[in-house]
Design a protein around this ligand. Sequence first.
Ligand SMILES: NC(=O)c1ccc[n+]([C@@H]2O[C@H](COP(=O)([O-])OP(=O)(O)OC[C@H]3O[C@@H](n4cnc5c(N)ncnc54)[C@H](O)[C@@H]3O)[C@@H](O)[C@H]2O)c1
Ligand SMILES: [Zn+2]
Length: 359
Amino acid sequence: MRHLNVKSRFFEYRVVTGCGAWRELRALDRSRYSTLFVLTERKLWRRWGGSFKLTSGLGRLPEILVPPGEESKSLKMVERVVKELASRGADRSSLLIAFGGGVMGDLGGFVASVYMRGIDCIQVPTTVVAQVDSAIGGKTAVDVGAAKNLVGTFYPPRLVVAEPRALSSLDLRTFRSGFYEVVKHAFISGEPFCRFLEKWLSKLTLAHAAALEPVLARAAKVKVEVVNRDEREAGLRRVLNLGHTFGHAIEEATMYRRLLHGEGVGWGLLCSIRLAVLLGRLSGAQAERMTELVRKVGRLPSIKDLRVRKILDLLPRDKKAVGGRIHWVIPERIGRIIVTPDVPLELAARAFSEVQRLS
Ligand SMILES: NC(=O)c1ccc[n+]([C@@H]2O[C@H](COP(=O)([O-])OP(=O)(O)OC[C@H]3O[C@@H](n4cnc5c(N)ncnc54)[C@H](O)[C@@H]3O)[C@@H](O)[C@H]2O)c1
Ligand SMILES: [Zn+2]
């Protein structure tokens, strides 16, 4: 088990990852809280609720159930959850436990940040994406219409407990797709993590939680280190968006139906690698290694039919654009990622078209 410390502007909190992480909740000072609530999805809670309650020692836990899927990240759902909390007696000293993937984490974190001007929140991530990325760092959000994460807050959790055993019930595609984010973290981190992943990804399997432990812990550590240096995304934290400018455009162009988020990031990583080469910033040899690592995660759904024009139109709509200017996140080599506004759109178009041909 690994304990990592995150420094937020309010307080320090721990990210505990590894087999047995839920046990960490036994040390929770319950006298601080009037009531505890868990926000989760029915099927997921049916599968893991019993084991969670037992391992965490939390016993009876009133649950608030919301439907799975991105649609639950809405202001309407925020209102529903808030009303339910209120009607069930939640007050300023209540604690909300967000139990699930990035959707539960983002929604739960957001609700906790606004309910009675803020109640404590604990994140219990149950997907790869959530364990290595979304549950760490305190960014919360909901979508408004088609605009993803348009409304949100920076609101750190009190604790994050990531149990890799909980990943065993994920379907293989969702499980795998989280590893594109892991690869992204390896690119940010540097050679040692990439070399480790190159070997490890060849035997990527759902089977052994214990085998997942070191990979997930390393990937989580990359996120923790970046957040510790730049909690509110003033600069450095932008490197975490590697692959996401293209990725979001591709997800949007396919109406969020064809690709899982991680798969969008997979294509996005390939595009940013290609773009870096076209800009003369990344060597061919490095690009080849990086591309190989992305492709090792698995087969990506085809994007052959997407029109370049459409992708170009969607790029500046990325939330991370400032004044219409895109902050391009470009790999210069493994372990060195830069952010620059200076990328001609024609080159971005060329990078996309060349990558598209791979599909
Ligand atoms: N806040 C951040 O910093 C941040 C970072 C990255 C992504 N995100 C957000 O995270 C979301 C994506 O997260 P995600 O990929 O975890 O999606 P998700 O929460 O929708 O989970 C994916 C699917 O897996 C199911 N599931 C979850 N845990 C399971 C388990 N243990 N066993 C079986 N099924 C399980 C869910 O019901 C869902 O169908 C997006 O909304 C994205 O915007 C936020
Ligand atoms: Zn992502």
